[in-house]
Design a binder for this molecule. Structure first.
Ligand code: TRP
Length: 349
């Protein structure tokens, strides 16, 4: 974690940009992305997808990287990766990402983006990379040895952000160290060679964190995640078998009753209601009634998105085309930026 002082500074910058976005949307380029390791779930939806669609529709330049090279930072296989990438695009489109407004592309198809890695690596020290708390946490969680790619992936993220001159990056608080390193790289490059890159700002999200069905962070690996691609029946089954506790009366108490509170928060986010109010209403109805309510409101909320999802999935040629066009466009942008970088460095022959 950055210290509180730098966290406050980051919050201040984020607030300033938030206030300016609707006034001057044309000044902003957003870059964000996802690792294609599985299906997107409600945590992604409420945590970032809604925001991305909002920024897209405000007229901000919006870009999404499907970070396929990041999959191999801490695992040994690319099995299922193609399927995951295609399904990720289906999820995006179903949620309202419009490929005529938002550029969707994959790392592996953009050599000029990846080439930025070489000059960028020269601008950071080993100590700076080793200090990154997110990298450390991810390495420990993976149980793998620290690969060179995991150690340097924040620099690779700087390539993602800077190749398209991204100046805003929606992030959670835990991702701030990545923005800091991107900012350093941009500043050092501009000082050492020529002013080519913007200094990006992390847009801190105001959305409350969507807990999983057990109250922990929603994550596929915890088995507590409701995917956008699940059917209504699969959703019902997952919610039904989620853990509750031995107390009958429903109360909202995230600290002492994480499972019940996770369910209440899910219902609250889907309905826009207050979690405590929902708890009071169900009261002695117990976990069974709460689960039925959560199932109903989740399935109601996601019915139109899931219907759209199914329709889009009928036409995988279209989905492939969205990726191809995004990749083509990203390559043009990356080539132009790499050309500027070569010129700034005096490496044009
Ligand atoms: N690391 C992000 C994730 O795991 C994905 C990502 C790749 C990203 N490149 C990025 C996010 C650049 C923001 C900016 O979801």
């Amino acid at each position: 974690m950055p210290n509180e002082g730098s966290y406050e500074a980051a919050q201040r910058k984020s607030d300033e940009v938030h206030a300016d976005l609707s006034k001057h949307p044309e000044n902003y380029t957003m870059l964000t992305g996802d690792r294609p390791t599985g299906r997107l779930h409600l945590g992604h939806y409420f945590g970032t997808l809604v925001d991305r669609v909002r920024l897209q529709n405000m007229g901000i330049h919006t870009n999404i990287v499907i970070a396929d090279y990041q999959v191999i930072t801490d695992r040994d296989t690319t099995e299922h990766i193609r399927d995951n990438v295609y399904n990720m695009v289906v999820d995006y489109l179903a949620c309202g990402i419009d490929p005529s407004k938002t550029m969707i592309f994959t790392h592996s198809a953009i050599p000029e983006l990846n080439q930025l890695m070489l000059p960028f690596l020269s601008l950071v020290t080993e100590a700076e990379m080793e200090r990154n708390p997110t990298v450390k946490a991810e390495q420990q969680a993976s149980g793998h040895a620290l690969t060179g790619l995991l150690l340097t992936y924040p620099v690779h993220q700087a390539c993602d952000i800077l190749f398209c001159k991204g100046n805003i990056v929606p992030v959670g608080r835990d991702q701030l160290p990545h923005i800091e390193i991107t900012d350093k790289i941009a500043r050092r490059f501009n000082e050492r060679y020529a002013p080519v890159f913007p200094e990006p700002v992390g847009l801190l999200t105001s959305t409350p964190l969507m807990p999983g069905l057990d109250g922990r962070k929603m994550s596929k690996s915890y088995g507590n995640a409701i995917s956008l691609s699940m059917t209504a029946e699969e959703t019902a089954r997952l919610i039904k078998k989620s853990r509750s506790d031995s107390e009958r009366t429903i109360t909202f108490d995230p600290e002492n009753r994480p499972e019940i509170s996770g369910l209440l928060s899910t219902a609250a986010i889907c309905t826009g209601r207050d979690a405590t109010e929902i708890a009071d209403e169900i009261g002695d109805g117990g976990a069974g009634q709460l689960k039925r309510y959560v199932t109903e409101v989740v399935n109601d909320y996601f019915a139109p998105i899931r219907a759209r999802r199914e329709e889009i999935a009928q036409d995988m040629d279209y989905v492939a085309n969205v990726i191809h066009e995004g990749n083509q466009q990203a390559r043009q942008i990356a080539s132009a930026t790499l050309e500027q970088v070569r010129e700034a460095m005096g490496m044009t022959y």
